[in-house]
Structures are given as structure tokens and as C-alpha cells.
Design a protein around this ligand. Structure first.
Ligand code: HEM
Length: 494
């Protein structure tokens, strides 16, 4: 009995001693841990999501940055987050230490796009897919698409100029989708293009809706359309393989892929990556094109200068000359004078010509900055990370705030002004990231800029447009675009 009591008390004593040391160590560890960034976490569960949406996300993040500085914490969309509004912090997450952070998307979106799409992945699989996508959209490949992009641009413009009011964003989406299909498959038969269009338009309605699988809901319809898209893509792949039509485009590269052990990609992997590219390519490009129309419309002098520049030999295109043209208020005169110098009306654009459109190019760069349609991106801390003396706990979302950086007067003077001429000098390193940065930076950026240049060239040299109704409110779909997609009426000019 005595022995039992001794053992009992020894166990109590030892476990108390152990607990004491354990808790002391934990306390020290906790004390030694860096502190969380400043900020507020809002209400339990919902955090500050309501404030973000009632204030408009851009105002919400800008006011937080003003109050707490470039690194702050919040709780939105169900997650604790650390927001990063400095170029150095964005670079830390995306470029120098990307292995500490993984891409993160809602599961509901992953189910719709397909789990094998490259942007859900890291490591070897991501690197292989990225190599394929990058080579499929390299300038060497996309430059050969110019005549076909031009045909799509001309036919879109022709269809808008029938006196009807168009929803610019919707029309730009159609154009961007067709360019996406062209760059993925090359010339695809109308039968398949129509089927892809029909089902993709159902699929995309599910991207931002409540993810319930109840029959009749948008999400359920989306999942069904996604399954149909797999079938259609399967048929296309079969036909391409049977007829040996493998070409130098994304589909050809995906079908040709062999890893170091000779393994090919499954049809699901190929389909997920094709849908992923369509998802990444369509609304982004369409939204920027819509903003370009709005910005040019709001600045008639600039619009005239861009039009003049498209008829001018490139050596004359610099700010002083354009200013003098627009200030003489005789844009029409100048246009008539210069039209004979270059690019006769129906001459097809060449790659070299698209490289000689500096002012139009700067309008695109400035629109990407001002609109900052991808105002931030999401990563998740894979481990506890210390940055600038602050703790980013494992599992927290980390969001580099591109828009805040693009609208910081330290990097872009008078950031609310639309001034394409600011791009006569390159921006400071890491301050301009409309296409992201690092391992997941946009592999489609050259194609996006090329299709915008082609469309804008024809639109600005042959058409004019007027806006219908107010255009100062912004709708989120989910990218920001002017309200009602910017309603406009087009007319052929010459
Ligand atoms: C103006 C148009 C576009 C903008 C503003 C844009 C912007 C972006 C940004 C910011 C990212 C990085 C996201 C992140 O780091 O989380 C990205 C990734 C991506 N973009 Fe684009 N994009 C555009 C057009 C396109 C086009 C036309 C394509 C394809 C033809 C494309 C394909 C992709 C793909 C596949 C990724 C994922 C890359 C990866 O995870 O490795 N994008 N884009």
C-alpha cells in the first residue's frame, strides 16, 4: 500500500514538474514569437467581410492601409488574412520566397474549372504545365495568329456598328473568348466552337454563385455544363489525334507532352488546363478593353492623339507632337494628312506594325494600372512565416495588394489621373504587376496585349462610339467594369 502511495505521488510530482516546464517553454516560445501585424479581425466568423462589401473593396483596403500601414491583418471571406501593400512584401511572397506560400482558391471554383488546372498547383506538375502554357503563348507562336485575330476583331466591330446599343463588356467577352479558342485549338470547326461557347457560358455563371449542388441552381447547372465540356473536349482530342492534326498550339502541346518516364497527360488533365486558360483569358481581357473605351471616351484630346498616332510614322509619335496636334483642335485635319503616310485603310496588320504603336500600347499599360482589375491575389502561408518582424501564421491567407501599389503616389504620381505618358519611363521595379509576378505570373500577357492592340487599331482608325447612359458607377462581375458593362453605340467612320 505504501509503495503504491509513493508511486502515485511520484507520478503526480513528475507530471506537475513536466507540465510546469512545458508551459514555461510554450510561454517563452509564444513570447519569443513575433507579433501579428496590426489591424482588426471584425466579428466572430464573418470578420470584416460585410464592411469590405458595403464600402467597396478598393476603398476598404485603401483606408486600412492608411490606418495601419503596408502590412495589416483582417478577417474576410471566412479566413484570417495578412494584407501586403508594399512592392517589397509582394515580391517576398511571389518571387523570393514563393515556397513558403501556396496558391489557394475556393474548392467550389476548383471543381468547376478542374483540379488539374495549373494555377491550383505548385512543384513539378505546375512547372511542367507552365512550360507548356508559356511556350504555347510565346510571342513566336502568337505573332502567327495576327491575321486570324484581325479577322475576329473586324467581324466583332462590324457587328457592333449596326446602330444598336451594345453592352461593351459582353461584346468584349465574346471577342476574348474567340481569341482564346483560336489560340488553344487553332482553326476549330464552327460545330465545336458553338458547343464550347454554349456550355462555357453556362459554366461561368457558377464561378461566383453560392455552391449548392441542388438541381436547378446555377452551381448545379454549371457542374453539368462542365461535364458536357469534358465530352466535347474529348471529341476534339480524338479527332485531332485521328487526323494527326497536332499543331503548334496549346492543345497540340498538351497532347504531345511526355514526362521523363514517357507518361502522357490524361484527357481530364488536358481538359482542366484548357478550361483554366479560358477562365484566365476571357473576363480579364474583356474588362480591360471595356475600361480602355471608357478612359479614352472621357479624354477626347487623348483619344484624338491616339487616333492620330495610329496614322503617323512612328518616329513622330512623342508627347510634344501629339499635344500640339490635339491642342490645334483639328484632329480631323491631322488625320487626313497622315492617313496616307502609313497603314492604308485595309492593309493587314503585321507583327512589326503592332510593335510600332507606342501610344496605344501605353494606353493599355495605363488602363491596366488604373483599373487594376485583379486588385490582389491570394496565397496561403504553408508554414509560420516571419516578415518584417511580424508573424504570418501557417494557414492564414496572404494577399499582395496590387491595386494599392498601383495607386500609391510614391510610385505613380497623381495615381487617379489617367496618364499613359507616365509609361514613357519604366515604373520602379516591382511596382507594376497587372500580370502578377514570379512563378504564377500571367503566361498569357503577350497574347492579351496583342489582341488588345489589334482590336484597338481597327476600332480607333475606322469607328467612333458614344456612351449611352451614366458610366461612372462600377459593377463587379467579379472584375470591376463600368455599370451595365458600359453601354455604347458604335458607328463606322470612314
Ligand atoms: C488583361 C488580361 C489579363 C490579366 C490582367 C491577367 C492577369 C493575371 C494575373 C495577375 C495572374 C497571376 C495570378 C496569381 O499570381 O495568383 C495571371 C495568371 C494566369 N493567367 Fe492571366 N491575365 C490576363 C490574360 C490572360 C490570357 C489572355 C491568358 C491565356 C491565354 C492568361 C492565362 C493565365 C494563366 C494560365 C495564369 C496562371 C499561371 C500560373 O498559375 O502559373 N491570362 N493572370
Amino acid at each position: 500500500m505504501k509503495l503504491f502511495t509513493t508511486i502515485f505521488y511520484s507520478i503526480i510530482f513528475l507530471s506537475s514538474l513536466f507540465s510546469y516546464y512545458f508551459f514555461k517553454k510554450e510561454k517563452r516560445r509564444y513570447k519569443d514569437r513575433p507579433k501579428l501585424p496590426p489591424g482588426s479581425m471584425g466579428w466572430p466568423c464573418i470578420g470584416e467581410t460585410l464592411q469590405m462589401y458595403t464600402q467597396d473593396p478598393n476603398v476598404f483596403f485603401a483606408s486600412k492601409q492608411k490606418r495601419y500601414g503596408d502590412i495589416f491583418k483582417t478577417h474576410i471571406l471566412g479566413y484570417p488574412c495578412v494584407m501586403l501593400a508594399s512592392p517589397e512584401a509582394a515580391r517576398f511572397v511571389l518571387v523570393t520566397q514563393p515556397q513558403l506560400f501556396k496558391p489557394t482558391y475556393p474548392k467550389s471554383k476548383e471543381n468547376l474549372i478542374g483540379p488539374s488546372a495549373l494555377f491550383f498547383h505548385t512543384g513539378n506538375y505546375h512547372a511542367c504545365m507552365r512550360k507548356i502554357v508559356q511556350s504555347s503563348f510565346s510571342p513566336e507562336v502568337t505573332r502567327k495568329l495576327i491575321p486570324d485575330i484581325e479577322t475576329l476583331a473586324l467581324s466583332s466591330l462590324e457587328s457592333w456598328a449596326n446602330g444598336q446599343v451594345i453592352n461593351t463588356f459582353h461584346e468584349m467577352k465574346k471577342f476574348a473568348f474567340e481569341v482564346g479558342v483560336l489560340s488553344i485549338f487553332g482553326q476549330l470547326s464552327k460545330k465545336y466552337t458553338d458547343k464550347l461557347k454554349e456550355n462555357y457560358s453556362i459554366l461561368e455563371k457558377g464561378y461566383n454563385c453560392f455552391p449548392t449542388k441542388l438541381p436547378g441552381t446555377a452551381y448545379h447547372n454549371s457542374l453539368t455544363a462542365r461535364r458536357r465540356l469534358n465530352q466535347i473536349l474529348g471529341e476534339i482530342m480524338k479527332e485531332v489525334k485521328e487526323k494527326k492534326l497536332l499543331a503548334n498550339n496549346l492543345l497540340g502541346h498538351l497532347l504531345n507532352f511526355r514526362d521523363e518516364n514517357g507518361n502522357t497527360l490524361s484527357e481530364e488533365q488536358i481538359a482542366d488546363n484548357i478550361i483554366g486558360v479560358l477562365f484566365a483569358a476571357q473576363d480579364t481581357t474583356a474588362s480591360i478593353l471595356t475600361w480602355i473605351l471608357k478612359y479614352l471616351h472621357d479624354d477626347p484630346k487623348l483619344l484624338d492623339a491616339v487616333k492620330v498616332s495610329l496614322h503617323m510614322p512612328v518616329t513622330l509619335v512623342y508627347k510634344g507632337v501629339l499635344k500640339s496636334f490635339s491642342s490645334t483642335a483639328d484632329g480631323r485635319e491631322s488625320r487626313r494628312h497622315f492617313v496616307s503616310l502609313d497603314m492604308e485603310e485595309n492593309r493587314s496588320l503585321t507583327w512589326q506594325m503592332t510593335r510600332k504603336m507606342p501610344l496605344t500600347y501605353r494606353v493599355i499599360l495605363e488602363s491596366l494600372r488604373k483599373a487594376s482589375i485583379i486588385s490582389f491575389t491570394f496565397r496561403e502561408a504553408a508554414v509560420d512565416v516571419e516578415y518584417e518582424g511580424y508573424l504570418i501564421p501557417k494557414g492564414w491567407k496572404v494577399m499582395p495588394l496590387f491595386r494599392n501599389i498601383h495607386h500609391n503616389p510614391e510610385f505613380f504620381a497623381e495615381p487617379e489621373n489617367f496618364d499613359p505618358f507616365r509609361f514613357e519611363n519604366p515604373p520602379k521595379p516591382n511596382t507594376y504587376m497587372p500580370f502578377g509576378n514570379g512563378r504564377h505570373a500571367c503566361p498569357g500577357n503577350e497574347l492579351a496585349k496583342l489582341e488588345m492592340l489589334v482590336l484597338l487599331h481597327h476600332m480607333l482608325t475606322k469607328y467612333r462610339w458614344e456612351l449611352v447612359g451614366p458610366s461612372d458607377l462600377i459593377q463587379y462581375s467579379p472584375f470591376p467594369v463600368p455599370d451595365h458593362g458600359l453601354r455604347a453605340r458604335f458607328k463606322k467612320e470612314f
